[in-house]
Design a protein around this ligand. Sequence first.
Ligand SMILES: *Cc1c(COP(=O)(O)O)cnc(C)c1O
Length: 481
Amino acid sequence: MTSPDSLDPSDWQDLRAQGHRMLDDMLDYLEHIRERPVWQPIPQDVRNLFQQNLPQKPSDLAAVHKSFMQDVLPYTVGNAHPGFMGWVHGGGTPVGMLAEMLAAGLNANLGGRDQMPVEVEQQVVQWVRELFSFPESASGLFVTGTSMANLIGVLVARTAALGTGVRHEGLAASDKQLTAYTSAGAHGCIAQAMDLSGLGIDALRVIPMNDQYQMDIAALERSIAADRNAGFSPFFIAGTAGTVDVGAIDNLTALADIAHREGLWFHVDGAYGALGILAPDIAPRLKGIGRADSIALDFHKWGQVPYDAGFILVRDGHLHYDTFASPAAYLRRETRGLAAGSPWPCDFGPDLSRGFRALKTWFTIKVYGAEKLGQMISNTCTLAQYMKQRIETSPELELLAPVSLNIVCFRYRSEDADRVNANIVVALQESGIAAPSTTTIDGHLAIRAAIVNHRTCSDDIDALINATIAFGQVHAKPMQD
Ligand SMILES: *Cc1c(COP(=O)(O)O)cnc(C)c1O
């Protein structure tokens, strides 16, 4: 019997055929992605198609799919494309896509309860522990992204500093004024975490960088000492493994030493760089990361898992639990039956209902293997060195920052360079040839290419460099009249 109000199809055969067409379309898209422009502007009439009133009546699945193919698929950011080098975006894989379909089919809610999907998540947690040599007692949790993971890191550190009482009494009940430390190269979500946790953005000390764009260790020590003298309570250091601007890795060993000596929580924002641990040539540069109290990372960047797949690892699993776990009658735990298996993932973060992010990550790691993923990560850094070399041998171009990992900041040499280079980047994006983004390095606008995508190869680097020079010649021309 089926309910007359069920949303399942009346003709499964028909749905099956349509489903296969949809799957084929996406596999075709990925197989032939190189033939497409990286990005293209959205025509106004296409935008307008998405301003309709709430549909009261049904539509054919095939017709809705056609609309997706025509009006959505061609106008994405383009991060699946090998020519995409903007911001720090992962490329995704067909394996991850297929796993997402399986996860959606199960419709598992990973808040908790006794189910294998939670065991899959725990398997990935175990692998992450192993990668960073964390103890068995360390806890881990999938979250949306590193923005959320950093917030969780700050909140657990807040519990460490003030005790669990802060959860009831709030910060106002404490006579301590907590202060935190990060570098000027840190991602903005560290400040946001201070804001959201109630500690306040002003309690975050922004430490200057050295000439390698790492946190200046001596300046950090001075800042901690000055705060202690002024009566503040330093509690948290956030190092970065792979800064978003230039890909710098803070001296994590020195930060771990200071945190240990001063009794501070040591958090690493390893959003994209932490997975460099998979690459034998990059792992040594992350030395000290295994001494962190917590690590935030994204599988959706260098790990190539489809969005979203952020992750937080916490050394002290009990403290992590104590920061979030709350009793609730409807979430009662048992030793047998569906309500067994406590603690549950919902005890380690603010989300109760959670999707099965672990599945696409588990598939990605199982199918490709850690070695292959490490090789791919290493290759993006090799390509960055190749790009650096192309820049250094092109008299029209200049490098603006050291190339530490996979991010290259450069510009076209010209008068009025900021304007010219901003125009070049827009021209590159609109041409569909390549999609770098921009940042500001020492007050100068830089063309920023982050090579994250596993599909990118040296031809894509050549295409970006050649097109940059060609557009530079056009845009640097003196204005007529
Ligand atoms: C991308 C990034 C973030 C933010 O991560 P989301 O997954 O986008 O929330 C934080 N820090 C660094 C260094 C990043 O590269």
